[in-house]
Design a protein around this ligand. Structure first.
Ligand code: NAD
Length: 273
């Protein structure tokens, strides 16, 4: 076994037996993060929407591939009470919560003057306020054990804006502000808080938009990908859920203990513009 392999194995083992809640992990980026943490032996509470069959398949896949335990909460991140129940359920399942990943998020694209107030309220609740509720609930136990990792899945839209996304951009900028504040409060307690800022990731949500946009604009699917979706992403390549998952797992490891309050772009150079 060479030195690289030994180092890799020791990185992979250091999180083994820890427990994580990952909101919005029934698909997309959250599921990518679940796979990366499961590979390292972390027990996971899956959260999000989906059919019972699909969610069972996700749980079985994670459990079989890595020998970890999973639990599931269908808590709606727009409900403070449901969030409290999810945290209690995770404690009952695993005894403690070491890692919190705030990932659940929704989007709505419309001009400010016609942007529905209900959409604004839902996006602020799910993409921003949910993280406030989850973080305040887990911080006391993390402080007590002097170890914890909080990873907030923000967006390149936490750093720059795009038109027609007022609620999303406001929520993601807010999430980064929350991340920085919490990082400062917890800096001497062994708990880090960071934000990952992905660019365009080819999740089921985005995949669905490609043929629709092609039809609406009279473009080919290749033109939609390159000139519409990836217009601002210099690599002209989608970020993958695996890449975001591995960034989250790195932030949870011991090597990242001095990284806190940071916005980590995984966006193909988007914010270098
Ligand atoms: P997705 O739609 O594939 O997954 C969203 C997840 O959140 C699903 O598991 C869904 O069930 C869950 N969810 C939605 N509303 C919920 C609610 N009210 N309560 C609980 N769970 C809920 O989307 P994704 O692309 O994987 O997005 C995940 C996160 O990554 C979001 O915060 C999003 O803003 C962020 N993000 C995505 C991209 C991208 O290009 N896909 C880029 C940057 C940031």
């Amino acid at each position: 076994m060479n030195v690289d392999t030994r180092m890799r194995e020791s990185f992979d083992r250091e999180l083994s037996g820890k427990s994580a809640i990952i909101t919005g992990s029934t698909s997309g980026i959250g599921l990518g993060i679940a796979r990366s943490l499961a590979k390292r032996g972390v027990n996971i509470m899956i959260n999000g929407f989906g059919s019972a069959g699909d969610i069972n398949n996700v749980r079985k896949e994670l459990e079989k591939s890595s020998g970890i335990s999973t639990a599931f909460s269908g808590a709606d991140m727009s409900s403070e009470q449901a969030i409290e129940q999810m945290i209690e359920d995770a404690r009952s399942a695993f005894g403690q919560i070491d890692i919190l990943v705030n990932n659940a998020g929704i989007q709505h694209v419309e001009a400010i003057e016609s942007f529905p107030a209900a959409k604004w309220n839902a996006i602020i609740a799910i993409d921003l306020s949910a993280a406030f509720h989850t973080i305040r609930a887990v911080v006391p136990e993390m402080k007590k054990r002097r170890w914890g990792r909080i990873v907030n899945v923000a967006s390149a839209h936490a750093l720059v804006a795009s038109p027609f996304k007022c609620a999303y951009v406001a929520a993601k900028h807010g999430l980064l502000g929350l991340t920085k504040t919490v990082a400062l409060e917890l800096a001497e307690h062994g708990v880090t808080a960071n934000a990952i800022c992905p660019g365009y990731v080819l999740t089921p949500l985005v995949e669905k938009q490609i043929p629709e946009t092609a039809q609406a604009r009279g473009l080919t699917e290749e033109q939609v990908i390159r000139d519409v979706l990836l217009h601002a992403q210099p690599t002209k390549t989608f970020v993958t859920t695996e890449e975001v998952g591995e960034m989250a797992a790195f932030l949870c490891g011991e090597s990242a203990r001095s990284i806190t309050g940071a916005a980590l772009p995984v966006e193909g150079g988007w914010t270098a513009h």
